[in-house]
Design a protein around this ligand. Structure first.
Ligand SMILES: [Zn+2]
Length: 153
C-alpha cells in the first residue's frame, strides 16, 4: 500500500491546513485535464489519500493500521489481543480488571507481562450517539430516538 503521507509529501503530524494545501497543489499538478490521461491513476491515488487523511476518524484508523504494519516491519511482535481485558464492560468491571475513573475514562489494570508486551483489547459497551435519523434536521418528533436526539448503541 502507498504511504498516503509520502504520496502527499507531508509529515505525519501535518495539520488540516497543510494537508489541504498539499492536496490542492498536487491535484492541480496531476489533474488529467492538465497532465494528460496518463496522470489519471496518480490523480486518483492523491484524491484517495486526501479523502482518508482529511477525515479525523478515518485518518486515526489509517495511522493505527500503518503503526501495526511498521511494528511488523521492524521485526517486533505484532500486537496481541489481551483477552483477559476484553469483553463486555460489565463483566470486566465485575472481575476488577478495568475500572471507570470518569464518564469517558476506563482504566485497564494490566499485569507486568501485559505491560511489557503491550497489546490490544476490545471492550463492548453502550455509548450515547447522536440519532442518525434526525440529527441536524430539527425534527420535532422522531420515531427512532423519541425526540431525545441521542441513542444508546
Ligand atoms: Zn432521532
Amino acid at each position: 500500500m502507498d504511504d498516503y503521507y509520502e504520496l502527499l509529501g507531508i509529515d505525519r503530524r501535518a495539520g488540516h491546513a497543510e494537508l489541504r494545501r498539499a492536496f490542492r497543489r498536487l491535484a492541480l499538478e496531476w489533474h488529467p485535464d492538465r497532465a494528460g490521461a496518463g496522470a489519471t491513476a496518480t490523480f486518483r491515488n492523491i484524491h484517495a489519500a486526501y479523502t482518508v487523511l482529511a477525515d479525523p476518524i478515518s485518518r486515526a484508523a489509517y495511522d493505527r493500521r500503518q503503526g501495526a504494519a511498521d511494528t511488523v516491519a521492524r521485526g517486533r511482535a505484532p500486537s496481541v489481543m489481551l483477552s483477559r481485558l476484553s469483553g463486555p464492560i460489565a463483566g470486566l468491571l465485575a472481575c476488577g480488571v478495568v475500572r471507570r475513573t470518569g464518564n469517558d475514562i476506563i482504566e485497564l489494570l494490566v499485569n507486568a507481562d501485559e505491560a511489557a508486551t503491550g497489546g490490544m483489547v476490545t471492550i463492548a459497551m453502550r455509548v450515547p450517539v447522536r440519532c442518525p435519523a434526525c440529527v441536524g434536521k430539527g425534527m420535532a418528533a422522531c420515531d427512532r430516538c423519541g425526540g431525545k436526539r441521542v441513542l444508546d448503541e
